[in-house]
Write a protein that binds this ligand. Sequence first.
Ligand code: PMP
Length: 442
Amino acid sequence: MNLDAMWMPFSANESFKANPRIITAAQGMYFTDNTGRQILDASAGLWCVNAGHGNERIINAVTEQAKKLDYAPFFNMSHDIGFKAAERLVEMAPKGFDKVFFTNSGSESADTSLKIALAYHAARGETGRIKFIGREKGYHGVNFGGTSVGGIGFNRKAFNHLLPFVDHLRHTLDIERNGFTKGLPAYGAEWADELENRIFTLHDPKTIAAVIIEPMAGSAGVILPPQGYLQRIRDICTKHGILLIFDEVITGFGRTGGDWATNTMGVTPDILNCAKGITNGVVPMGAVLVGNGIYNTVVDAASEKTIEFAHGYTYSAHPLACAAMIATLDVYRDEGLFERAAQLSPVFEQAAHSLQGTPFVKDIRNIGLVAGVELETSSAGLGKRAGLVQQKCWEAGVLMRLTGETLAFSPPLIVNEAEIERIFSTLGQAITEVANQEAATV
Ligand code: PMP
């Protein structure tokens, strides 16, 4: 296989060639690689294949849709499956979300949500509200807005210049006080008050358009909000007329042990972004949800009545994605996958936390069917030790996500207890092997 032509995203393209990991097929909980090995998918692809790979109902729905209507444009027209998909998503959305703006990814959802926030304020005559506040370690995709409000330094640094008028709150990771917490950490709700402090010391509150937050920061290593933190952020935003955006690209569709983190954590944003699990990863799709209040404000104020919101993608509400979405939501409902995730989460939590005391394990964080196991950084550099552990797990037939020093687990919601046990025992063994190797070389 010629590996030269593809510039792989987020990868070490050249060193990859020495030891390529190449997937050729997937079914259920397993990938098959190009050597024919079965690999247990402990990350649901990239946190997206919540119903497992190769689900027949979803694939049939996409195939049938392709035969019927492959594509149709918008600009004052649309298609039946798009309206059906929107209605279906609104039905299962948290209360108060009435309208869906379709995108093709989490990154597009992030940028769309920021533009909706600007349009909303402008529509109300608050044209001075142009600033956004994100958080350190936040991830909102890779488009310009999302990268700017994102707070993973490494993702920003290569680009030299991003959007101005963006500030970041501190992240909520405090291993010293909250290490090895199961679920939401006890300490740190008061960090939310930094928002109020900053808007008084650094910004006039009337200059801030929106605060964007992942209820659970996945890409930076499964960082959970302290109990009460999100509510305090919500209250401060409400008090100052600032919109609150939740990026539920990972946390939506059953991941946190309920349908949405908005519901499992009991705090409702003004704008809700999603993607990934929306189509089970089968066809790219994202969505931004808002209530009628935001929608009506933007639409009513539009000066140009033939185009009320000058934003959209050629593939917004793509018919194949809509078909995949409807079938995916049917599968989640009919197979009771969100309930299953809730039922399995104590087993998952127990299995993850059984690694406390294993060499180098610095912290374990979890909620629902997602967990992060963070290792101590070795003298070889950030992520080197965790990278070795991940490689050993891959060799043992288990794939998880590696981010910094954290190994992140988010299996499809069809995972069973034996697979959960295998995932974490494989990790424990891999860490022990790396520890033994390090001891032998000292
Ligand atoms: N937001 C969050 C919270 C994410 O986790 C991701 C992807 N990991 C994105 C946005 C970007 O999504 P995509 O890669 O589909 O653009």
